[in-house]
Design a protein around this ligand. Structure first.
Ligand SMILES: *[C@@H]1O[C@H](CO)[C@@H](O)[C@H](O)[C@H]1NC(C)=O
Length: 278
């Protein structure tokens, strides 16, 4: 891992582009009051590359409120909607409630984890994904559930915002606001605890800005797919993307990813989608 410090300001050479330099800085508020910079902690995170590994294609198993296309995946469960490159995504927004996570009955392999996030790209645009959300992780049969807030500009490393409180049932809001295909801000708020962090990003891996993702993920840690913990249903509310021209992109017609046997998702209306544990 290239990251040498759990610091506020980061910088690393891009693997595939020796010219551009990926940089970020973080600011935060607590109940509206700026958090002193030296109190904000960012820690390199052990997520592996977040990727949407589509599983063997099985016949669509329709459980949707609307007749969306249903796609099987090994690790994504949720809604992904698409826009042409002539009308790129500028902003992705969503609210969700961090789930209550429990050990999956009958599963004895660890870690068991569930990540909920919103993001841009990573589906049909495979070379970059800008994402932020929360994750719960159970490290062993006897371990407590750990909860963390995190962000990642794939293929760069992931970071937790270790000073962000995360509790089961807390409402979160994320706004990912890109000003170009390589720069933007992530604003992540724990609404129930009054914490907001804004991550300012420049020189990131080039986005296509063509996929809007609202996903519950079975995450990778390093190269290994974690077991998928059981979780209380996760709603993505006011889930939409603002585009360069024309109307906002909601969930209407979005692909619904399912992890067969583990998780299903459905669109309820254009701004509300749900993922639930099977
Ligand atoms: C997105 O960023 C632009 C440029 O900084 C800013 O003008 C705009 O208000 C931001 N929008 C949101 C919703 O944060």
């Amino acid at each position: 891992m290239r990251w040498i410090h759990a610091a506020l300001f980061g910088s690393a050479l891009l693997i595939h582009n020796a010219v551009a330099e990926f940089k970020f800085s973080v600011t935060g508020t607590r109940n509206g009051v700026p958090i002193p910079q030296n109190e904000i902690k960012l820690v390199p995170f052990e997520f592996g590359r977040s990727r949407n590994t589509k599983g063997a294609v099985s016949p669509p198993h329709r459980q949707t409120k609307r007749a969306n296309p249903t796609i099987s995946s090994a690790n994504w469960c949720g809604s992904v909607n698409y826009t042409p490159s002539s009308n790129q995504i500028k902003i992705v927004h969503a609210y969700w409630r961090h789930p209550t996570c429990t050990k999956r009955t009958g599963v004895t392999t660890y870690p068991q984890a569930v990540a909920a996030w919103a993001g841009i790209d990573g589906d049909t645009w495979l070379t970059a994904l800008l994402q932020s959300g929360t994750v719960c992780k159970i490290d062993s049969a006897t371990a407590q559930v750990r909860h963390e807030a995190w962000w990642q500009w794939v293929p760069e490393a992931a970071f937790t915002i270790s000073t962000m409180p995360v509790n089961p049932g807390d409402w979160f809001e994320v706004t990912i606001n890109t000003t170009s295909t390589t720069a933007g801000t992530i604003t992540l708020t724990n609404i129930d605890r009054g914490h907001t962090y804004t991550i300012h990003l420049t020189g990131g891996p080039t986005l296509g800005r063509i996929n809007a993702d609202f996903v519950v993920e079975r995450p990778y840690y390093g190269g290994s797919l974690a077991s998928f913990a059981s979780f209380t249903e996760t709603w993505f509310q006011d889930a939409y993307a603002v585009r360069t021209t024309g109307s906002n992109l909601g969930l209407l017609g979005a692909n619904q990813y399912q992890i067969p046997g583990l998780c299903a998702s459905a669109e309820y209306d254009n701004l509300n989608g749900r993922s639930w544990s099977l």
